[in-house]
Ligand binder design. Structure first.
Ligand SMILES: [Zn+2]
Length: 299
């Protein structure tokens, strides 16, 4: 299974910042250490060009975001301070998503150890997201006629408002989101399917909602699924508000990936959010997703 990873330094953040900048590197180290991935499975994510970003973003925003000339308010909306590294990583997230998705179309499955930047809109960033990977991938592959129908299965605990705004109205793309109803973003533009869950939702209800979203995704008969396997529904997550267990998340991934594999639908995996107090829990949950993917597709 080919996996792309951000080959850029950890994001420089002020002390006490909420964002777990080291999780990407820790995930790669863990996948190698536990044998889920070998060195030959891992490829550095290419950095997306301005032209590639323009598939889903307006040129004025791309220019301001990449040159550090966004307004202070717009940069605050992203929630991460501007730096060259931030932009290199943001470009890598898009480049990695494009590369992984192209790979998935031939291999059946691929992924990147980043991505799921579903809060980024066409002309502004939000919620730790600068550019929108699913939007760029879907619109690029549709324009190239590599695919004619794409589905986004977004199981991050936060609703994908950027995906909904950019891709929701497009009849060639089906966006399904399962998320906390009372969580960020507080304005939720409609996806094709939104399932909002109450605070404290446990495994059984969560898994049923994920299956409902998956049913809808499969009914759309997509040529490619972009799976945002966020691990922030975990009970221990500081930004999640749900009460899903580690084994519940693993069961979610097993059901999703098994059914896609059986249906013969290619899937490209992005890790989505994860903000547990103990970063090792977040990283372990991400690693489970890729171990399950390997078991399902290569077992
Ligand atoms: Zn999230």
């Amino acid at each position: 299974m080919q996996l792309y990873f951000p080959d850029t330094p950890d994001l420089p953040l002020p002390d006490g910042h909420m964002f777990p900048a080291t999780k990407y590197r820790l995930l790669r180290e863990r996948l190698l250490a536990e044998g889920t991935a070998s060195a030959s499975d891992l490829t550095p994510s290419p950095l997306a060009t301005d032209g590639e970003l323009a598939a889903a973003h307006c040129p004025a925003y791309i220019h301001a975001a990449t040159t550090g000339t966004l307004s202070r308010e717009a940069q605050r909306g992203i929630g991460l301070p501007w730096s060259e590294t931030l932009i290199a990583r943001a470009r890598g997230t898009i480049g990695g998503a494009l590369a992984a998705s192209r790979c998935a179309l031939t291999a059946g499955v691929a992924g990147q150890l980043a991505g799921g930047t579903h809060h980024a809109h066409r002309d502004f960033g939000s919620g730790f997201c600068v550019f929108n990977d699913c939007a760029v991938v879907a619109l690029t592959l549709l324009a190239e006629r590599e695919v004619s129908r794409v589905a986004v299965l977004d199981l991050d605990v936060h609703q994908g408002d950027g995906n909904a705004a950019i891709l929701g109205p497009d009849p060639r793309v089906f966006v399904a989101s399962v998320h906390g109803a009372n969580n960020f973003p507080f304005v939720k533009p409609p996806s094709d399917l939104d399932i909002g869950l109450p605070d404290g939702t446990h495994d059984e209800t969560y898994l049923a909602a994920a299956e409902t979203a998956l049913d809808a995704v499969l009914a759309f008969r997509p040529d490619l699924v972009l799976y945002i396997a966020g691990v922030d529904p975990l009970a221990e997550d500081r930004l999640g508000k749900l009460a899903v267990t580690m084994s519940g998340l693993e069961e979610r991934d097993r059901r999703v990936l098994s059914r896609l594999q059986r249906a013969g639908v290619p899937v490209s995996i992005a890790i989505g959010g994860g903000y547990a107090e103990q970063i090792a829990l977040t990283v372990a949950a991400y690693a489970n997703t890729f171990r399950v993917a390997r078991d399902v597709f290569e077992g």
